[in-house]
Design a protein around this ligand. Structure first.
Ligand code: AFP
Length: 287
């Protein structure tokens, strides 16, 4: 089975977990059966266990890095070609409101034993658990979109490319007095002048998915509360930047392409994130 096949199995299990109880209770902790009896675990932890089980025994994977684990975990496969990073349950604070959440993943290829930057990525994707469970993956020719049906992912779109512009921008505008780079406010003013409207769910997967379908902007810029950025580089920013690139979009950390940021020592390192469709990127570049 390919790495993607294993990820599909994991995302299917996470999807079933999310529909296994009522969201008011699922929002906090869930009771699970294990060999020692019943145990109460957070959904993030359970989703992490599912992803790890799917990836750690894959013969091509040398190491994994998860939002839920402190450090990189090395597998037995010292010669494995790939490192996989993931956020097993992005936006989990939204579960009790019955709002879509997701799983983000990113596959890096070691070159001469190293991962230098986002340029080592060979595949990325996310699952979004909403009315439908969808899986979006990169290919050499745009994005493939799968729908979960009877525990199987069926491809419903091939070679998807995002619109070149859109009328929605996604940013947590309540941070505007804290934004560190004054170009951000000017740029948002320009979008408002262009009659664009804001949407912010507070789950990166969901806000990014809408941006990919409708076009526009997703941004979480640097602010004085998070001067190094709010979102994580290896399992949020890199994969979404790669997904946007494959879909015909663009990324920036307010300074350069996110894929050109050096791979960090700390797997939980943060960054500013801006993801654009073509026209919005060109407008931002004029500042
Ligand atoms: P949780 O996984 O803790 O819900 O955080 C989700 C997230 O990291 C990301 O998915 C959102 O874009 C971001 O938080 C929203 O952050 P704000 O609450 O600061 O708007």
């Amino acid at each position: 089975m390919s790495i993607l096949d294993n990820i599909k199995v994991a995302c299917c299990q996470i999807s079933n977990l999310l529909t296994s109880g009522n969201c008011l209770q699922l929002g906090s902790k869930i009771s699970v059966n294990n060999s020692c009896g019943d145990e109460v675990k957070k959904l993030d932890v359970l989703s992490n266990d599912i992803m790890k089980e799917a990836l750690l025994n894959h013969p091509d994977i040398r190491a994994i890095g998860s939002e839920e684990d402190e450090d990189i975990i090395y597998t037995e496969n010292k010669d494995g070609k790939y490192f996989v990073s993931f956020d097993p349950l992005d936006g989990s604070s939204n579960i009790k409101f019955n709002i879509s959440v997701g799983t983000i993943f990113c596959v890096f290829e070691y070159i001469d034993g190293q991962i230098e930057s986002g340029r080592n990525i060979v595949m990325a994707g996310y699952a979004i658990y909403g009315f439908n469970t969808l899986l979006v993956t990169t290919t050499d020719n745009g994005l493939d979109i799968y729908l979960l049906n009877n525990n199987r992912f069926e491809k419903i779109s091939e070679g998807y490319r995002m619109p070149i512009s859109g009328n929605i921008y996604a940013i947590n505008e309540s941070n505007k007095y804290r934004w560190l780079d004054n170009r951000i406010q000017k740029y948002v003013d320009l979008l408002i002048n262009d009659k664009k409207t804001v949407r912010w769910i507070g789950c990166m997967v969901t806000d990014v998915h809408r941006t990919l379908i409708k076009g526009g902007l997703f941004a979480y810029p640097l602010d004085s509360k998070s001067p190094n950025g709010r979102l994580r580089l290896i399992y949020e920013a890199y994969p979404m930047a790669y997904i946007f690139q494959c879909a015909g979009g663009y990324s920036s950390n307010e300074n350069k392409n996110i894929l050109d940021i050096k791979f960090p020592e700390d797997i939980h390192s943060r960054t500013s994130v801006m993801l654009f469709s073509k026209k919005e990127y060109e407008q931002f570049c004029t500042f």
